[in-house]
Design a protein around this ligand. Structure first.
Ligand code: ADP
Ligand code: UDP
Length: 248
C-alpha cells in the first residue's frame, strides 16, 4: 500500500489494485483546522458509523464508493474524481447558516426564525467550495460556470442528497435523534457517473440532537458541536450516539 495523504481526520493510502484505504484516526479539528485535538476511540466510532450508513444507503439504492471495512478503523473505497463542491442539507437552523445570517450575508427561507433549532420546513440545500483554503458558499451559477457540475448534475446531486436526508432522518428518528443538518461529498467514477464519496452519517459531518431534550427546549448535541463549543467530552457524546444507533 502507498501512503497518499492525510486529511483532517483520515489518513489515505492507495491499494495495489487502485482503490483507496481510509484509516480513520482519533484526530478532530474545527474552525478550518484552527482548533485541534485527539479523542480516544473517535476513529473507530466514525468508521463503524460510516460503514453502518453506507450499508443502509446502498440497500436503499444510493450509489456509494464503499467497498468494505478490513479493520474496525479502516475502510476500502473506490477511488473517485472528487467533485470540488461540498453539499449541505439543513432541516434546522444552526452553525454557519446563522453566523452568515447575523453577518447579513444570507437570507433565511420565509418564516424561518433566526435561532438555533428553528425548523426549516421542507429543508434546504447549500453548496460550498472544497479544495480552497477556506470553504465558502457558492451558488449554482458559479458551480456551473466553473464546470464543477452541470445543471443536470446539480439536479441529480440535489435529488440524491434529499433522499439521503430522508433515509438518515427516518432511521435516526426511530432512535430518538434529530438530524439537524449534514454535509456530503460526491465523486465521479471513470465514465463520469456521480456517486456518494467520503463519509455519511457520522458525527463529524452531521448535527445530531437528542429528540426528547429538544422537545423540552434543550439542544443536546451528539456530534462535533460538543468539540466546537467546548461543551463536553467528545468520546462520550460519540459513544452515546454509536450505542443508540447500534441498538436500533
Ligand atoms: P478533510 O481534511 O477534507 O476533512 P478527511 O480527513 O476526511 O479530509 O480525508 C478524506 C479526504 O479524501 C477528503 O479530502 C475527501 O474529499 C477525499 N475523498 C473522499 N472519498 C474519496 C474517494 N472515493 N476518492 C478520492 N478521494 C476521496
Ligand atoms: N460540515 C462538515 N464539513 C465542513 C463544513 C460543514 O462536515 O467542512 C457539516 C457540519 O458538521 C454540519 C453541516 O455540515 O453538520 C453544516 O455545517 P455549517 O455550514 O453549519 O458549518 P459549521 O457551523 O460546521 O462551520
Amino acid at each position: 500500500m502507498t501512503y497518499i495523504s492525510s486529511g483532517k481526520a483520515k489518513d489515505i493510502y492507495e491499494t495495489p489494485d487502485g482503490n483507496l484505504l481510509f484509516e480513520f484516526t482519533d484526530r478532530v479539528t474545527a474552525f478550518d483546522g484552527l482548533k485541534k485535538a485527539e479523542y480516544k476511540e473517535k476513529g473507530e466510532i466514525t468508521c463503524r458509523l460510516a460503514e453502518y450508513w453506507f450499508n443502509v444507503l446502498e440497500q436503499e439504492g444510493i450509489p456509494t464508493h464503499y467497498i468494505s471495512c478490513p479493520t474496525p478503523t479502516s475502510m476500502l473505497v473506490k477511488r473517485l474524481d472528487i467533485v470540488p463542491v461540498e453539499v449541505i442539507w439543513r432541516n434546522y437552523a444552526a452553525g454557519s447558516l446563522l453566523r452568515r445570517y447575523n453577518a447579513g450575508e444570507v437570507k433565511l427561507p420565509d418564516g424561518v426564525e433566526p435561532k438555533e433549532g428553528a425548523p426549516i420546513p421542507g429543508g434546504m440545500i447549500e453548496f460550498t467550495t472544497k479544495f480552497e483554503a477556506v470553504d465558502r458558499p457558492v451558488d449554482v451559477k458559479e458551480i456551473q460556470f466553473n464546470g464543477w457540475l452541470s445543471e443536470q448534475e446539480i439536479e441529480y446531486v440535489t435529488k440524491l442528497t434529499k433522499r439521503i436526508n430522508e433515509i438518515l432522518s427516518r432511521k435516526l428518528d426511530d432512535t430518538g435523534i434529530i438530524l439537524a443538518d449534514f454535509k456530503v461529498e460526491y465523486g465521479r467514477i471513470p465514465g463520469g457517473e456521480i456517486i456518494l464519496a467520503d463519509e455519511a452519517g457520522t458525527p463529524d459531518g452531521c448535527r445530531f440532537w437528542d429528540k426528547a431534550e429538544f422537545e423540552n427546549g434543550v439542544i443536546k448535541s451528539l456530534d462535533k458541536d460538543v468539540f466546537r463549543k467546548g461543551i463536553g467530552d467528545l468520546s462520550a457524546a460519540y459513544g452515546e450516539l454509536f450505542e443508540r444507533i447500534q441498538k436500533s
